[in-house]
Design a protein around this ligand. Structure first.
Ligand code: BGC
Length: 584
């Protein structure tokens, strides 16, 4: 007999036995996820039989990884002290490394991983993320985001791999396998989450949580295939999305969640809601649509538990639905081996941010860089140029180079522990004089070359939408950043532009004016990887994961580049990327 099937069979028997013994309150508790610091008191963990804890923006569990582990160990002990002793699962938004813990290895955001096109590397990065995440006390990550973004105006384009469904499928597989390893029981594995199901990146005009008005055929052809791949590779959970699909909120979309994801695709793991998914999207309709666990945060906790109970008692929700939800949650807890081994492994702490992990992240940075222009082969730069001027605040700020979901939810504009910047990398490699002109006011007219680093400041979720409610960002460079480039170009200095951004920006004029132009995305903690390529220690390998717009006009329509017709051509197509001819 196949030992895997046998294990599965035994797990189902254990779940049957638990389900027959569980009270309604215990079942409701399993279906509840809370933050570790608000809404609830510690007594509630046991008293309300909480099934899961999320850590996200807000007070940290401590300063050191030891303190983080101790915090979650303590909460786990409370859960284990209950009548049935069901362990909790601990989830975190580790979306490019364990990015909530300062000192962890931070990888390029998924858009950069998409540019590498390197599945093996994506798998390795996910393995490392799993270890560093476990080392800080978690067994569940809300990653990867497997959206297929349609419009660069969406503030979460960088969380996804590519506008190409095919590339997204390939890297989804790598990411799920990397996070979960060959066994979820290993303390070096975490449960992964494919998110956000479905249509998050395909809303009209790129509005986060907006309306996705795609035909069912397009949803099936373009958006669902990465989910099928995730499920086939055993992804443990899927997160429902904030958007509505043809008028129906995804959290309440029974056809897509229950019939397609759980039915046709045979997904047997947990469907988790997104932030306050219960109160925002129709309360018990969300449960009836097939969501198994609710992020009951920021004031939702009591109303969720009470509303769910009322719904069951008044037969608005069939008891089979509750049993199915609890079965799925328990199944993953058994698969994670938490009944035998519920606590974090303290020996993993020594692996946080170690050199071998950073080497992989640095390789990812190098391979993610896309060379869009290289006039007269100005790149690679000679290391012995007598004077190089480096321009722009992004050149020497690890926070700015890392984007949202880094240290804080909205990212940081400061340097953080363990990271290196591009300027540091340049200083390490070049032997001549290096001057730093942060805002292009120094006017180093005697420099051999100017490396001008421009881009976006960090954002997450709707804060990054362009043209939405907040409208804090734009499709072009800021005037100040355009000026950095112009200042040096107009002085007649050879100018290499490095763009740090979460999406393709309209930079037609800047590309024209500069001698070389590199799209570096959001590289994360290993900024000096960029310098290694600029100086020719390595060749360029990255290929555009998105077609590159030529004008803002191209975005006037409902959709962006994924649906450009014959009248709208990108400046560079998907897959474009130059290389050095002379080396490897
Ligand atoms: C985001 C999710 C994230 C969740 C938990 C939500 O606002 O949409 O991607 O996993 O918060 O932090």
């Amino acid at each position: 007999m196949n030992p895997e099937t046998d294990t599965g069979h035994i797990i189902e028997q254990k779940i049957d036995s638990l389900l027959t013994r569980m009270t309604l309150d215990e079942k409701i508790g399993q279906m509840t996820q809370v933050r570790h610091f608000d809404d609830i008191s510690e007594e509630d963990i046991a008293g309300k039989f909480i099934g899961s804890v999320i850590h996200t923006q807000g007070p940290l569990p401590g300063n050191t990884a030891e303190e983080w582990q101790a915090k979650f160990r303590h909460l786990q002990e409370l859960a284990l002290s209950t009548r049935l002793g069901i362990p909790m699962i601990f989830g975190v938004d580790a979306v490019h490394g364990q990015n909530t813990f300062e000192g962890a290895t931070i990888f390029p955001h998924n858009i950069g991983m998409g540019a590498t096109g390197n599945a093996e590397l994506v798998e390795k990065a996910a393995r490392i993320t799993a270890v560093e995440t476990q080392a800080t006390g978690f067994n569940w990550v809300f990653s990867p985001c497997i959206a297929v973004p349609y419009n660069e105006k969406w503030g979460r384009v960088y969380e996804a791999f590519s506008e190409s469904t095919e590339l997204t499928e390939t890297l989804t597989k790598a990411s799920v396998i990397g996070h979960q390893g060959t066994s979820l029981k290993s303390k070096r594995s975490v449960m992964a989450t494919a998110k956000h199901f479905v249509g998050d990146g395909a809303t009209d005009f790129g509005v986060e949580g907006g309306e996705t008005s795609l035909e069912a055929d397009d949803v099936a052809k373009i958006l669902l295939p990465p989910y099928r791949v995730a499920v086939e590779n055993g992804v443990g959970s899927v997160m429902a999305s904030f958007n509505a699909m043809l008028g129906v909120p995804m959290h309440a979309h029974k056809t897509l969640i229950t019939h397609i994801l759980k039915g046709a695709m045979q997904f047997d793991g947990i469907v988790v809601s997104d932030w306050k998914g219960y109160s925002r999207f129709g309360e018990n309709d969300v449960i009836n649509a097939g969501v198994d666990m609710i992020m009951a945060v920021e004031g939702d906790f009591d109303m969720y538990q009470e509303g769910l109970k009322r719904g069951i008692e008044q037969r608005e929700i069939p008891v089979e639905r509750i049993n199915d939800a609890v079965r799925r949650i328990l199944r993953q807890k058994f698969r994670l081996g938490l009944f035998e081994n519920p606590f974090p492994d303290s020996t993993l702490i020594a692996e946080i941010g170690i050199q071998s992990h950073r080497d992989v992240a640095r390789q990812a940075v190098r391979e993610s860089l896309v060379l869009l222009k290289n006039q007269n082969n100005i790149l690679p730069l000679q290391k012995d140029l007598s004077k190089i001027v480096v321009v722009g605040e992004h050149a020497n700020n690890a926070g700015l180079q890392s984007g949202g979901w880094t240290i804080n939810w909205q990212g940081t504009t400061e340097n953080y522990d363990g990271a290196t910047t591009l300027l540091q990398g340049i200083k390490n490699l070049a032997t001549g004089e290096i001057v730093y002109d942060v805002d292009a006011s120094g006017k180093h007219g005697d420099a051999d070359v100017a490396i001008v680093v421009v881009g976006e400041t960090p954002y997450a979720e709707s804060f990054g939408d362009i043209g939405g409610e907040m409208d804090l960002y734009q499709l072009t460079l800021t005037e100040a950043h355009q000026k950095y480039i112009n200042t040096y170009v107009e002085m007649g200095i050879k100018t290499v532009v490095v763009l740090i951004s979460g999406r393709a920006l309209v930079t037609t004029e800047q590309i024209e004016r500069s001698d070389a132009f590199v799209a570096a995305w959001l590289p994360g903690s290993e900024g000096h990887g960029i310098a290694e390529v600029l100086f020719g220690d390595y060749n360029f390998k990255g290929r555009l994961p998105h077609s590159w717009p030529k004008s803002e006009e191209d975005y006037k329509g409902k959709y962006g580049p994924n649906f450009w017709d014959d009248t709208v051509r990108p400046l560079f197509p998907l897959g474009f990327g130059l290389t050095y001819r002379m080396i490897n």
